[in-house]
Design a protein around this ligand. Structure first.
Ligand code: ADP
Ligand code: MG
Length: 348
């Protein structure tokens, strides 16, 4: 039997979340002048997000939660390739014909994306759009793309053909049919912006979780008894089990994996992460978690390491002084590899 699982949340789930959204949990901590507000999960960027804010008043904490969600939805509206009226779609539709003027925010993400492409030897590449689209369609049709289709899509991929002018804030494509896909970086960028907005609105601490990509900053809701934010990493081998707990402060984590989002064609499962060199789904690692100062960096590197595989991926992350990795190999579920510095984040 041919089946296909699409990598977006079904409508029914959205409805359930909309109802749950009405319930906001307010918890007053033991320290009298520290208040925290935890949002319920909300649907944003094709996944579920929750925000916790710690502040000197309940009202300010709530304001910070609202400000964080405003940033998340704002970035989604700007950078989603699913939305026909997003700024990204405008670039995709017009940047071959003429340079397209973009916002400072989009330019910032694209400049960072190109930097990550260079750093990862092209494993991370936001111009992978044509190949991603081909595999998405393949999932819908339950039919693998042909070699000709893959070759045609691959010819449109290559960050070297993306021309960014940071002075005039314009973007141009050197190749017809190029398409940008910010699915591997926009979530991280949005999380960093949300954290900034929370600080600007008076948060003393906070956590933003968008589909398991997380940024934690400042004090926890129980600052007297708990110094670090603690987050759980899911075991890709099980639906509910936690693999490990991480303690974080002023740090971000992002996880890329083939265990939640993939395309199923017949009995074959294809990751939604594409190796830009081959146009085929990355398949060597089932879960890659990166710990880094910004969520954008963690997000992009997690995608890149999924493509690079454990040997080259580990080598790259070990070479970066402020990033750490926790990898789970497909062939050895439950067992994980870490970079030397990752241990200090792992809660015994
Ligand atoms: P998730 O969205 O599950 O958190 P990632 O952060 O790894 O996972 O992002 C995967 C998304 O990134 C894909 O759905 C696609 O939109 C895009 N993408 C796929 N392959 C690459 C790649 N090699 N470089 C950059 N982006 C990619
Ligand atoms: Mg990513």
């Amino acid at each position: 039997m041919e089946r296909c699982i699409l990598n977006r949340t079904p409508r029914a789930a959205i409805t359930i979340v909309a109802i749950v959204t009405a319930i906001v949990v307010i918890r007053i901590s033991t320290q009298p002048d520290v208040y925290s507000v935890d949002s319920p999960f909300r649907q944003v960027m094709g996944t579920f997000a929750r925000v916790s804010a710690v502040s000197g008043s309940e009202k300010t904490a709530q304001l910070c939660v609202d400000a964080a969600f405003d940033e998340l939805t704002g970035v989604d509206d700007m950078m989603s390739d699913y939305k026909a009226d997003s700024e990204l779609s405008e670039v995709n539709n017009n940047a071959f014909g003429e340079p397209v003027k973009v916002s400072g925010a989009l330019m910032e993400v694209l400049l960072a994306a190109v930097e990550y492409s260079r750093q990862t030897g092209g494993a991370f590449d936001v111009t992978v759009g044509p190949v991603v689209d081909l595999w998405r369609q393949a999932g819908k049709d339950s039919q693998k793309p042909t070699d000709e289709q893959l070759a045609a899509a691959k010819a449109k991929v290559g960050y070297e053909n993306l021309i960014l002018d940071s002075q005039s804030l314009t973007v141009r494509f050197r190749v017809e049919g190029m398409r940008l896909d910010l699915g591997g970086i926009a979530k991280g960028y949005a999380i960093d912006r949300a954290a900034e907005a929370m600080r600007a609105n008076g948060a003393l601490g906070g956590m933003i979780d968008v589909g398991g990509d997380i940024q934690c900053f400042g004090i926890t809701p129980e600052p007297e008894t708990r110094e670090n934010w603690v987050i759980g990493l899911q075991d890709p081998g099980s639906d509910t089990g936690l693999l490990v707990k991480l303690k974080l402060t002023d740090t971000a984590v992002a996880t890329s994996g083939d265990y939640r989002r993939f395309v199923l064609i017949g009995d074959d499962r294809f990751s939604h992460i594409i190796n830009p060199q081959t146009s085929i789904a990355a398949g060597k690692l089932s879960s890659v978690t990166i710990i880094a100062p910004t969520a954008m960096q963690a997000d992009a590197l997690a995608t890149a390491v999924s493509v690079m595989g454990h040997e080259k991926g580990m080598e790259l992350i070990e070479s970066l002084p402020d990033a750490e990795a926790i990898l789970i190999r497909t062939a050895a579920k439950g067992e994980f590899l870490t970079t030397s510095g990752a241990q200090r984040y792992i809660q015994p």
